[in-house]
Design a protein around this ligand. Structure first.
Ligand SMILES: Nc1nc2c(ncn2[C@@H]2O[C@H](COP(=O)(O)OP(=O)(O)OP(=O)(O)O)[C@@H](O)[C@H]2O)c(=O)[nH]1
Ligand SMILES: [Mg+2]
Length: 206
């Protein structure tokens, strides 16, 4: 099974653990406890590829947003294939931290890490402080930020879609399909690891 590490970043209380709980276990807790240090969840996912189904194991690392734990983050960013970076649509000040998270990720992760901005708690319409338009304006400075996914872990809206979007980007960044045996394997290899066929033109699995 192909394994990929995903890290979840964002200020305290933005809803990181809730997003993971909705995606991994399809649950939501109003009284979710603050994360202490780092938590970890594993989830297997199968996507329909252009040729075959592609199964991956996602190792999802959930960081406490509280400032005092921030020193743990660089070590965990190492080896990650994707990072979710969250802000809370009901608290404008949660945008402030994002530059710092992005800087740490860029310094410590592989250059082609997939970064995805996630807006959280969109079910709380009357408490909203950051509109979609405002968020798009704010994140224009990042050339990699082509879309912001608006989610609610309470209703489940867009949560699975956010992970699928990111997993598809991970697959595009890291994998290729063998034209001979159809297996999916690492893009860095010049020969298929299953049948040995030489790679002439890279074929995307999705
Ligand atoms: N209404 C609503 N509440 C949410 C949503 N997501 C999270 N919450 C609530 O927001 C609070 C914080 O959620 P957590 O998931 O613990 O936030 P966190 O980012 O993991 O927080 P730390 O671990 O302290 O960094 C909890 O009371 C959740 O129930 C959402 O989509 N809608
Ligand atoms: Mg948490």
């Amino acid at each position: 099974m192909l394994k990929y590490k995903i890290i979840i970043a964002g200020a305290k209380n933005v809803g990181k653990s809730s997003l993971i709980a909705r995606f991994c276990d399809n649950v939501f807790k109003e009284d979710m406890k603050a994360t202490i240090g780092v938590d970890f969840k594993r989830k297997n996912i199968t996507l329909k590829g252009a040729h075959n189904d592609i199964s991956l194991e996602l190792n999802i690392w959930d960081f406490a947003g509280e400032e005092k734990y921030r020193t743990l983050f660089p070590a965990y960013a190492n080896g990650a294939s994707a990072a979710f970076i969250l802000f809370d649509t009901t608290r404008k000040e949660t945008l402030k931290d994002i530059d710092n998270w992005v800087e740490i990720i860029d310094k410590n992760a592989v250059p082609n890490i997939v970064k995805q901005i996630i807006a959280t708690k969109i079910d709380l319409k009357s408490e909203r402080e950051v509109s979609k338009k405002e968020a798009e304006g704010y994140f224009k400075k990042y050339d990699w930020c082509t879309d912001i996914t608006s989610t609610s872990s309470k209703t489940g809206e867009n949560v699975e879609d956010a992970f699928i979007l990111v997993v598809k980007k991970i697959i595009k960044n890291n994998l290729q399909t063998c034209k001979s045996c159809g297996e999916v394997f690492n893009k860095k290899l010049k020969n298929c690891q299953y049948c040995g066929e030489k790679v002439e033109n890279e074929i995307s699995p999705i």
